[in-house]
Design a protein around this ligand. Structure first.
Ligand code: SF4
Ligand code: FES
Length: 252
């Protein structure tokens, strides 16, 4: 099987200050077994052979772990399909003759670096503001597994910890909100005893940083949960709101 002919409409932008535009690229001999990124590799190979500038796009692990791949495909973050990242999207999701629109994440807080690659360091700064525990790792430590944790809490913390920081939640939110990401990072620690001592400071600092970065407000549309490749639940946003409120009313 294979040999699909496709028309790609791809966002090209030479740098952060370029206005950018959609450009059209025909691609032939696309196998349904290719991943979406492999199909872009083939197109880039053709562009390089013709002496043209290849299309810049982010990727690293290509197995749904690192969160680097970040394409808006036919109006959906990570394209058609649920619970997958762009690198896990296969060309069998498309048909011969299809026209496919490929754009970068669109958000004020994620400026375009070039073409389809965006700067998502705002997420790093939110994480650095409080997404950690300050435990002493230099001496004799209690084995983490020796601390009793209710199974329900451990499971929920694990679910939150599966967030890969891809940014699909922001890109798909009509307000460009980073609440699902921030909520996952706060929840992951709020549910565990190791995270409690710094819980108040963490919730306040991470929300403050999120606001500084220019993300929009959450208005509970739920689009983020639908497009999240890791199925991070809106219930983590409810937990972040509770953590933040409790921290605000009891702060010294
Ligand atoms: S919450 Fe989901 S969509 Fe948002 S950054 Fe984490 S994994 Fe990606
Ligand atoms: S390239 Fe790592 S998640 Fe897609």
């Amino acid at each position: 099987m294979g040999n699909m002919k496709l028309t790609l409409k791809i966002w090209r932008q030479s740098g952060p200050n370029d206005k950018g535009r959609m450009e059209t690229y025909p691609v032939h001999d696309v196998s349904e077994d290719m991943s979406f990124l492999e199909m872009l590799d083939v197109l880039n190979d053709q562009l390089v052979r013709k002496g043209k500038d290849p299309i810049a796009f982010d990727h690293d692990c290509r197995e749904g772990i690192c969160g680097m791949c970040s394409l808006f495909i036919n109006g959906e973050a990570h394209g058609p399909g649920r619970g997958i990242t762009t690198c896990q999207l296969h060309m069998r999701k498309f048909k011969d003759g299809d026209t496919i629109y490929v754009e970068p994440w669109r958000s004020t807080a994620f400026p375009v670096i070039k073409d389809l690659a965006t700067n998502r360091s705002a997420f790093d700064r939110i994480q650095a503001a409080g997404g950690f525990v300050s435990v002493n790792t230099s001496g004799n430590l209690v084995d983490g597994n020796a601390v009793p944790i209710p199974k329900h809490d451990a499971d929920k913390a694990f679910d939150a910890a599966t967030c890969i920081g891809c940014g699909a939640c922001v890109a798909t939110c009509p307000n460009g909100s980073a609440m699902l990401f921030t909520a996952a990072k706060v929840s992951q620690l709020a549910l565990l005893p190791q995270g409690r001592p710094e819980a108040k400071r963490r919730a306040l600092a991470m929300v403050e940083q999120m606001d500084k970065e220019g993300f929009g407000n959450c208005s509970n549309t739920g689009a983020c949960e639908v497009e999240c490749p890791k199925g991070i639940s809106l219930e983590h946003i409810a937990r972040l709101n509770r953590e933040y409120l409790a921290a605000t009313v009891t702060k010294e």
